[in-house]
Structure formats: C-alpha cells, structure tokens
Design a protein around this ligand. Structure first.
Ligand code: FAD
Length: 418
C-alpha cells in the first residue's frame, strides 16, 4: 500500500484525498486551519455554487487561462460526476439560472459535510492545525513533507518530517488569505524547481479614480452594458448586473472584466457604463425629449426619475456638465446631447483592483508546462502533484473554478498508487 500526503484541505485537497483513498492508498490530508474547507464555506455567498451543469466543452469555454491544459481533467471527471458524488454522499443539489449548481439546502456547510463523509468512507486520516513548511525531495522524487504542528492549546508548536510515496499540493491561491490560502504552494513549487507564473488577483472589484461611486455604494444596476477599454482597445464588453462600491465598481460584469484586465499595466484603463443598452442614441433622445416635455418647468434633477435610479441622477447630470438646478426648458441642444452621451457611456477611470483580500481567485500560479495534464504530476519531481487554484488556471464565475478544483484534484488523487 502506498502512502499519499495531501497538502491543503480545500476543495481540490478533499477531492484528491478521496480519490487517492478510493484507489487503495493510505492517505493523510494535512490542513493548517482548525477545520476543512474554510474557503468552500464562503463560496457562492455561503450557498456554494459547486459546479456548472454543462458538458466538458461548456466548462472549457469558461476557462480564462490555459483551457487546453484542463481538457483531460474535465473529460476524466466532469460536472455530472461531481454532482453524483456529492448527492450520493447525502447532499441533494439543484440547478439554477445559468446552469449554476447549489445544494438544495442553500448551505455550503452541507457540501463540506458530504466531503467529510466521503473522506471517512475512503479511510483518509485528517490532520488539522498543521502547516506544511517544505516538500522533501530526494534524488528527484518527493518523499514527504516537513510540518509545523500546533499543540492542543496552541501555545507551542514543533516541526517534524512526515514520509510519503506521493505528495499532492492543493494549497490554493493567495486571495482571501484569512481562509488559509496564503500562497504557500507557490513557494513549494519554486523550492522544488518549478516556474511560477506571477500570481495576481482576479475576479476582483475595480478601484476608480473618480470618487462619486462611493456616494452610491450599494446601488446595483441591472440590464446595463459595461465596456472596458485599455486605450482604444476593447478588453471586455458585457451585459448584465454591476454595483457601486466605496472605492469603485463591482458585481458580475466588473468581475468578469477583471479577468481580462492587466493590473500591472494600468495607465489607460477606462470603464463605460451604458445605462440604456436597449435604446439607440436616437431612440434615447426621443425618450428624453418626451420626459422633458412632461417636466418642462422642473429642475433637470427632478426630471429624470422615470429614466434612472434617484441616486444616480445627480451624477449623470453633473458628468454631463449641466447645472443641477437648471430648468428643463433652459437645457440647450448641446447639453441634451451630452446627457445622452453619458447615459450611453458613463465614464470611469480604472486605477487598479481591490487586491488579494477581495479577489475571488488568483490568476497565475504553477506553470502548467511543467505538469502532466492527465495526472497533475510534476514533470520535474516524480511523485509530486499540484491540483486546484495553485496551478496557472482560472475561470469565470458560475461554478467553473470549483469544477477546476474537483477535476484536477480527482486526476491527481486517482493517479497515485501502485
Ligand atoms: C468569496 C469567494 C466566493 C467564491 N465562490 C465560488 C463559487 O460559488 N463557485 C466557484 O466555483 N468558485 C468560487 N470561488 C473560488 C473557489 O473558492 C476556489 O477557486 C477554490 O476554493 C479553490 O480550491 P483549492 O482547493 O484549490 O484551494 P482552497 O479552497 O483555497 O484551499 C486551499 C487549502 O489549503 C490550505 N493550506 C494552504 N497552505 C497550507 C499549508 N502550508 N499547509 C497546510 N494547509 C495549507 C488552506 O488553509 C486551504 O484550506 C469563490 C472564492 C471566494 C474567495
């Protein structure tokens, strides 16, 4: 019987441990937190959007970085197989808009409980409060890990080696570090001779130069379009929902746009919100003229309620260079044209991202060129595997990032053994 050491008890680590256990190995799952799945617990706003009910091509189409690398892993263990596994472990699932899959209970803790049952059935030994500090490699082969173990009352700790025939690193990225994902796996990869593609926060809110979004913090806009440009080059163009935050903008449209924004080169990035995407400029002009004719003697600020959320009106009026107290009948043609221009493309200058603390995922990580896509084994160190977000792969929202963790974790775990 081979001994498998899995480092990190998140989504990828739990799946790798279950697969390795089912493969007849003796498995030790090491997690530095006091419990398993701390990040999984907060996914999907506490409801856990654990996968997307689409076929392999649908999954691949939503991967932003290195989709080709994930081909074998997705075909080897797809979303239907994850759903079967979780349901058979006592957690019924439901599918919502956009094929997003959640537990029927709407509680992420039920997904974690299902995995605890699966780990138990696969006879996996779970070692909590234990941080892996180093991967031990001898003659080009992984032979174990060195850990720092806290004692029961957390007053002292000691380091010790733990031997293993296979080591699977599932330490996640470096975002939301309070959940335990602090980028340790990148250090392990570099120490064992691997290339790490510079990790950066992704699926992350934008910070803007303009301060006015802060006055609207919490306001969400539905059915709008968002175009993000770097200079004249369009980076992303989407329709849907977004929201204002204390320091800029967030919500689904912005998170998606962030996947295509290079925050290292931020000299000329601009966001344009089309508040009325269903209307052409001409149609919108007619609509505004109609509203104006019904409110001729009112101040402009009181004449746009049918068109915009109340709190957004002063912003659009001011960005259009119109005095908020000007009477509608005094608005010039040029001022109306400027108003239309802003309604069709309210401008914000993007100066950066909200950073690792608020990013849903890490883009970048262990270079996939050095990993076998069928097994997740390193091409540099035998017996060493990497799975989940630690790898240089990431996807859009919708359950795709967790599916990456399940599929790569499964590929790694089931490739260990005799
Ligand atoms: C707020 C939020 C919401 C999200 N919602 C969704 C969603 O609904 N759907 C979706 O698909 N994705 C979602 N994601 C992304 C998803 O959570 C991650 O992509 C996924 O958890 C990655 O799994 P992982 O196992 O690779 O890493 P993680 O889940 O980060 O797990 C890594 C584990 O390794 C442990 N660890 C790290 N270093 C060590 C060490 N040295 N020794 C021992 N243990 C260590 C950590 O404590 C952690 O438990 C969300 C992310 C966030 C932050």
């Amino acid at each position: 019987m081979s001994k498998v050491v899995v480092v990190g008890g998140g989504a990828a680590g739990m799946m790798a441990a279950v697969a390795a256990g089912r493969n007849g190995n003796e498995v030790l799952l090491i997690e530095k937190n006091e419990k398993l799945g701390k990040k999984l617990f907060i996914t999907g706003k506490g409801r856990c959007n654990l996968t997307n009910d689409s076929d392999e091509q649908g999954l691949l189409a939503n991967v932003v970085r290195n989709p080709k690398f994930l081909y074998s892993a997705f075909y080897g263990f797809n979303s239907a197989e994850v759903m079967d596994m979780v349901e058979n472990a006592g957690c019924p699932l439901k599918t919502e808009r956009g094929a997003r899959v959640f537990p029927v209970s709407d509680r992420s803790s039920d997904v974690i409980k299902a995995f605890e049952r699966l780990l138990d059935e696969a006879h996996v030994e779970v070692c909590l409060n234990t941080s892996v500090r180093e991967i031990i490699v001898r003659e080009g082969k992984a032979v174990g890990v060195r850990v720092l173990k806290k004692n029961a009352n957390h007053t002292a700790s000691k380091t010790m080696p733990i031997g293993g025939d296979f080591v699977i690193v599932c330490t996640g990225g470096f975002t939301y570090p309070l959940t335990g994902s602090t980028g340790d796996g990148y250090r392990f990869a570099q120490m064992t001779g691997h290339t790490v593609v510079k990790p950066r926060p992704s699926l992350v809110p934008f910070i803007t130069k303009e301060k006015w979004p802060g006055n609207l913090a919490g306001l969400s806009l539905k059915n709008v379009s968002l175009i993000v440009k770097n200079g004249n080059k369009e980076i992303s163009n989407g329709f849907g929902e977004m929201l204002f935050t204390h320091h800029g903008i967030s919500g689904p449209l912005v998170l998606t746009a962030s996947c295509y924004t290079d925050f290292e080169k931020m000299n000329d990035v601009h966001a344009f919100i089309d508040l009325k995407p269903a209307l052409s400029e001409e149609q919108l002009d007619k609509r505004v003229l109609r509203d104006f004719s019904e409110n001729e003697n009112k101040n402009i600020i009181n004449a746009l309620s049918a068109l915009l959320p109340q709190s957004l009106i002063p912003v659009v009026v001011s960005e259009s260079g119109i005095d908020k107290d000007k009477k509608v009948h005094d608005i010039t043609k040029a001022e109306r044209a400027e108003l239309i221009r802003n309604l069709k493309g309210l401008h914000l200058t993007v100066t950066g991202s909200a950073g690792p603390e608020e990013a849903i995922i890490t883009s970048g990580g262990v270079s996939v060129k050095e990993i076998d896509p069928a097994t997740m084994e390193s091409k540099i160190v035998k017996g060493l595997f990497f799975a989940g977000e630690v790898l240089d792969v990431d996807a859009l929202t919708g359950g795709f990032n967790l599916q990456i963790a399940w599929s790569t974790g499964y590929a790694a775990g089931s490739s260990t053994g005799e």
